[in-house]
Design a protein around this ligand. Sequence first.
Ligand code: THU
Length: 141
Amino acid sequence: MEQKRIEEMIDLAIAQLKYSYTPYSGFKVGAALLTADGKFYTGCNIENAAYSPTNCAERTAFFKAVSEGERAFSAICIVGGKDGVLTEYAAPCGVCRQVMMEFCNPDTFQIILATSKERYDVFTLREILPMGFGPDNLAEK
Ligand code: THU
């Protein structure tokens, strides 16, 4: 992916941190999801007093997109840190990796982890979810 596009996604993900609702953990996460046809959907984490209904930033972005008819994605950028301070990469949790597996090609979908526009790394879904279980496993063979 072009560096300019990556930087644009990092800016969008960082801009989401201000909407992150985290009265319990204080750990703020922002995400920017890019569709195959070049549209962005953003997301933040949304916590809950009952804890388990908490939604991660990545899933917020995916569910916004899928609920508007999107089914094909090319990349997601994720940033996060305690009190919104970005000191290290905020890698997606297992549940979010599984949601990515549902809608994305593991060999081509790119996950951009960043702390700033100067410090980021790009991974494929396959790299961060080896031997993932997905729709292909349920397909008639
Ligand atoms: N969180 C995310 O938003 N994405 C992840 O992949 C990891 C965790 C959020 C959930 C919760 O609000 C906070 O980070 C601490 O777990």
